[in-house]
Design a protein around this ligand. Structure first.
Ligand SMILES: [Zn+2]
Length: 486
């Protein structure tokens, strides 16, 4: 996975991509206009628009999805109140995938075969849908299908809500010459971030010439050399990776002069934001999204996350599903995506703990602000025999164990500076032992490639520990002194 270019677009031009790119640009233009108008509208008009979208989504889901017809059978016919609808989990949706989707041509078995093939990342499914996968900590892998209108809405939200979006380099850069962009991400699988970027490159060849995707799985030294060589003006990654790169920049091994940075996929702590911005001398744009809805909230220059509440409904709830008032952290949050019709996400238990703010943000935006807790495992500091501890990203370890060993419920606990203990969750002692062996083999190979071949790796035949307060599984746990803030 050391290559800078990942499989997908660029290997021969599909003439239909030109048509799809043009079609998406037209849809995007219409949605940008609509989002601008919503930003200018008064509060009553905004509420009305949002309620119309909720009503249209509920009506569409009940008409086209056998799953939702059954799931909402106790909701009065024609009811347009979202809170009257029962929540839903990923396990429920994935168990009834073929009934959940509103296009009968979509079949789970066919999509599973599609996402197993890394050479088909960002390829349009049935000529029009984008498909990506997600594991999450629930242990149930998800397959997400996005229709053309939803994709155009996500792109338009990026354009309008960020000061300048990842797909639209700021005009000053363009005027000054070609701006190079880099995404440092989990590659090799159909993950949302990489599918999104490679899809944009596929549809817009001019963008592809200035964009590269780099894998987080390669040793840090190689990544640093590749980034020094590429010299991106725009760099996007996870906050834990940006923090790691900021250390390299401060140490003088990395010498980038980016104009802006993008952070997503994990929580960005205030301390990391400060370190990253100081090291690179430019702002970090923060993004809060999920595989179920790419654009939930956007970060402003004051470091707040503003909800895209024209296209997303976020309901913080307690452990009993009751609403949690502003100012208090929730147990979980129910997500409704108003943009995607082909696979309706209605009151979906996202699993994140969030706090809605009651005070308006100093930036002047009227969109409500939200703080996201958790959603981030520990960075491991391993004694690999060098002068400095080796830093290993939780997302890299999770990608290796999920993709190479096919295991989603596991826990890796650091027991000493140079020792790790792996627990795997699977039914039956024999299956558990087999899964643990596969995971340990994949992990050992990865650690050797990182230069941490001396680290002792043990397996333990007991269930991963669930946090008794949050009820959630922390998959990577560092030694207490090595834990990252936040
Ligand atoms: Zn703000």
């Amino acid at each position: 996975m050391a290559g800078t270019r990942e499989p997908g677009p660029g290997r021969g031009v599909d003439p239909w991509d030109w048509w799809r790119g043009t079609d998406e640009l037209c849809r995007w233009g219409g949605r940008v206009h609509e989002i601008w108008l919503d930003d200018l509208a008064d509060d009553a008009t905004r509420r009305n628009t949002r309620q119309q979208r909720i009503a249209a989504l509920l009506s569409h889901a009940r008409a086209g999805s056998a799953f939702y017809r059954r799931h909402h059978r106790h909701v009065a016919a024609g009811c347009e109140a979202l809170t009257a609808c029962p929540p839903v989990t990923r396990a429920q949706l994935m168990a009834h995938f073929d009934e959940w989707v509103t296009d009968p041509q979509l079949r789970r078995s066919e999509l599973e075969a599609f996402v197993r093939d890394p050479h088909r990342i960002a390829e349009p499914w049935l000529g029009r849908y984008a498909v990506w996968t997600s594991s999450g900590t629930s242990g149930v892998p998800g397959i997400y299908v996005q229709d053309p209108e939803a994709l155009a809405i996500y792109a338009a939200l990026l354009t309008v809500r960020f000061e300048f979006g990842p797909m639209v380099p700021d005009p000053w850069q363009l005027a000054a010459g070609p701006s190079r962009m880099a995404l440092v991400a989990a590659t090799g699988g159909h993950f949302a971030g990489v599918v999104w970027w490679l899809r944009q490159c596929r549809l817009h060849p001019a963008l592809a010439a200035h964009t590269r995707v780099f894998s987080i799985l390669q040793p840090l030294g190689e990544l640093v050399a590749q980034l020094n060589d590429w010299r991106p003006a725009f760099l996007g990654s996870y906050p834990t990776m940006l923090a790691l790169l900021a250390r390299e920049q401060r140490a003088g091994r990395l010498s980038l002069r980016p104009r802006s940075l993008w952070s997503g996929g994990e929580v960005l702590t205030a301390a990391d934001r400060h370190d990253i911005e100081e090291a690179f001398g430019c702002p970090v744009l923060e993004d809060y999204g999920a595989s179920e809805c790419m654009q939930i909230a956007f970060g402003c220059r004051h470091g707040c996350l503003h909800l895209n509440d024209d296209w997303v409904v976020l309901e913080p709830v307690d452990a009993h599903g009751q609403p949690v008032p502003a100012g208090q952290p929730s147990h979980t949050v129910l997500l409704t995506n108003l943009a995607n019709r082909v696979q309706p996400v209605i009151r979906y238990d996202l699993g994140d703990s969030v706090t809605m703010d009651s005070a308006p943000c100093a930036c002047g935006s009227r969109r409500p602000t939200v703080r996201v807790q958790g959603r981030r495992d520990d960075v491991l500091l391993l004694d690999a025999g060098g002068a400095e501890p080796l830093r290993v990203l939780p997302l890299a370890i999770e990608t290796v164990i999920e993709e190479e060993a096919g295991i989603h419920r596991f826990q890796l606990i650091q027991t000493a500076p140079d020792a790790l203990c792996l627990r795997v969750d699977a039914p039956g002692a024999r299956r558990r032992a087999g899964a643990a062996r596969r995971a340990a083999k994949a992990l050992a190979r990865f650690l050797r490639a990182q230069g941490a071949g001396n680290v002792k790796l043990a397996t333990e035949d007991c269930a991963p520990e669930i946090n008794p307060l949050s009820g959630k599984l922390c998959r990577i746990r560092a030694l207490p002194r090595a834990r990252c803030p936040g």
